[in-house]
Structure formats: structure tokens, C-alpha cells
Write a new protein. Structure first.
Length: 339
């Protein structure tokens, strides 16, 4: 059994890993709390007012990336900021834009799906006493899937959809209640969806971060920002002792020990490779031409994230314009919307 002294030694040895795990758990609990509050909000209307009213948490809009992408198109083409799901647009814009400077920090530090995927992989490693790797040929086949999904959404929404059609979609009954539609999907989950989730769970047990590495189009979009090469992990080939510790610890299975600079969009800026390296200044974080401490990227990411949310709330760009009466009418007719 692991003692307090063991945990203290690990914390002293790997502080950034402990911090990241703590943040992951905290955000996962926060998301579960938000989900519960949103269910209470929905249940008030579904019960025709029998259950008490709970204020709708705007943060739930973070789970509407398709709606946010349409809203983003309207914003950049017409200058109109979405009033239906404004928090969704704020979160989407920041998270995607953050990839330019902070790589996929959102994926490794905050994303609840990424957290579940990563911790499922840890469970698998405990159960099977090892991590498994897919054959290289299969990895090459699976790797483009999330980029193909991303390309589909970008083509259909950003290029093919006229601005007028995008505006009409934002005001459509389906989009007005898309967050509630998402909730009812999970409350009444189909057998097919349940099987799909179960398959992903099993695959994640054997192959670390299977969803993030091969299927998540949102992560693919965020990762494209890293192509600017502003923030990267640098490896000093002269002092490297080829222990491969950095490669073994990488949740995205990047072969860090074989690279001079980690420029791949798959890097999630978890900083575990930098922390685990046994030789000082062999793996370093570089922002532009300057080397920085490994804590700089996550701390700056969270500082700007908090500032963006606060500014959105203070400027009235966080809460929806949909009224209580609108939700009442929409939820009572939800079975007829989108069919």
C-alpha cells in the first residue's frame, strides 16, 4: 500500500504531473456539477414546473462545438456575435485560438473526455501491467480519421454554408435548444451509442488516449495552431542519454526521444516529458526564441482562460438571450423539434 511518504516523494519528484492530475479531477468534478445543475434546469420544465427552477449554467454551451463553429462563421462574416449560445462561442474561440501559443493545453489539462480517456489508459496499464501499441501500419490508417472529420465540418460550415443560412441555423428551434437535445440524448441513450462508447472504453484500456489520438476533430482543430511553431519542446541531442523516458511517459505516444524539436500538432503540452527527463536542460520548453520554465505555458493558459471568461461575463457576452418562456415552450415541444 502506498504511504503518505511515497506520495510526498512523488509530488516532490513530479510536481507538474501531480498538478495536472489535480486540475483534471477538479475540472471533471466541475463538469459533473454543471451537468447536474443543467439536468435540474431541464427537469423543472419537463415536470411542468413541479420541480424547482434552477438557473441554467452557461458553461454547458462548451459542449456545443458545431453550433459554436456556425456562430464563429457568422461572427467573422457579418460581425454579429452570437446571442443564443454566447458562452459557447467565447469558449470555442479561446480554446481553438489557444492552440497557437499553448498547443493542446486544453486537451491535456481541462478536457473531460481527454481526462476520462487518459485515466482509462492508466487503468488498463494497471490491469495488464503494460501499455500496448498499435501496429505502425494501423496507426497510419487511423491517424488521418480525425482530420478527415475536421475537414468535413470545416468544408460544410465554413466554406459551403452561406452566411444567411448560418444565421438562420442559429435562430432555428433546433439550435435554440441544442444543449437540451444533447442532454436528452444521454438521458435516453440508444443501444448503438452505448455500444460505441463501450468499444471506445475497451480500446482506451489497451491503447492510451485512443479517442484523442485518432478520432477527436476538436483536438485536431486546436492542434493546428501548433503548426505556427511558437511553443515547442526542444531536445539537446548532445546531452541526451537516449533513456527514452520522455517517449514512454508521453500520453500521445510521440517519440520525443527521436526528435530535435517536438512540432507535431499531437503534442498536448502536458510537460511530462520535460519533467521526467533525468538530464538537466536536455528537454526544454521554448516560446519563440526564448527558453522558459515548464510551468509558464500552463500558468499562462489558465490565467488568460480565466480572464477571457471574466471579461465575457462583464461585457454581457456570456448568458443567453433565450427567456424563461422561450425555454418553457421549446422544452415542452422538444420531441417535435429536429424531426
Amino acid at each position: 500500500m502506498k504511504t503518505k511518504k511515497w506520495y510526498y516523494r512523488q509530488l516532490k519528484k513530479r510536481p507538474i504531473e501531480f498538478a495536472r492530475n489535480g486540475v483534471q479531477i477538479a475540472f471533471l468534478l466541475f463538469i459533473l456539477f454543471i451537468g447536474f445543475r443543467f439536468w435540474q434546469f431541464y427537469n423543472h420544465f419537463a415536470s411542468l414546473g413541479v420541480e424547482p427552477f434552477v438557473e441554467r449554467p452557461s458553461a454547458v454551451e462548451g459542449f456545443l462545438p458545431v453550433s459554436a463553429l456556425v456562430a464563429f462563421k457568422v461572427w467573422i462574416t457579418t460581425g454579429e456575435f452570437d446571442r443564443i449560445h454566447p458562452a459557447g462561442l467565447v469558449l470555442f474561440t479561446f480554446i481553438v485560438g489557444s492552440g497557437i501559443l499553448f498547443r493542446r493545453s486544453f486537451c491535456s489539462w481541462i478536457c473531460p473526455i481527454g481526462t476520462v480517456s487518459e485515466w482509462t489508459g492508466k487503468l488498463g496499464k494497471k490491469l495488464f501491467k503494460k501499455s500496448f501499441d498499435l501496429p505502425k501500419w494501423l496507426t497510419w490508417i487511423l491517424f488521418p480519421l480525425k482530420y478527415l472529420l475536421l475537414g468535413f465540418f470545416i468544408k460544410v460550415i465554413l466554406f459551403d454554408m452561406p452566411a444567411v443560412a448560418a444565421q438562420q441555423f442559429l435562430l432555428s428551434p433546433y439550435n435554440l435548444i441544442s444543449d437540451v437535445k444533447m442532454l436528452t440524448f444521454f438521458l435516453n441513450i440508444s443501444g448503438f451509442a452505448l455500444k460505441f462508447i463501450l468499444i471506445l472504453f475497451v480500446l482506451s484500456l489497451f491503447f492510451k488516449n485512443f479517442w484523442c489520438r485518432f478520432l477527436c476533430p476538436y483536438g485536431a482543430l486546436i492542434g493546428l495552431g501548433s503548426l505556427f511553431g511558437i511553443t515547442k519542446i526542444k531536445r539537446n541531442e548532445e546531452s541526451c542519454i537516449d533513456c527514452n523516458a520522455c517517449t514512454r511517459v508521453c500520453p500521445q505516444r510521440i517519440r520525443v526521444s527521436e526528435k530535435t524539436s517536438v512540432l507535431t500538432p499531437e503534442c498536448s503540452a502536458c510537460m511530462q516529458c520535460v519533467e521526467v527527463c533525468p538530464v538537466k536542460n536536455t528537454l526544454t520548453v521554448q516560446v519563440g526564441p526564448k527558453k522558459v520554465n515548464k510551468w509558464v505555458v500552463p500558468i499562462a493558459f489558465f490565467s488568460i482562460f480565466a480572464s477571457v471568461v471574466i471579461i465575457a461575463k462583464l461585457t454581457g457576452n456570456w448568458n443567453t438571450m433565450i427567456t424563461y418562456e422561450d425555454f418553457k415552450a421549446l422544452i415542452q415541444n422538444i420531441d417535435y423539434i429536429g424531426h
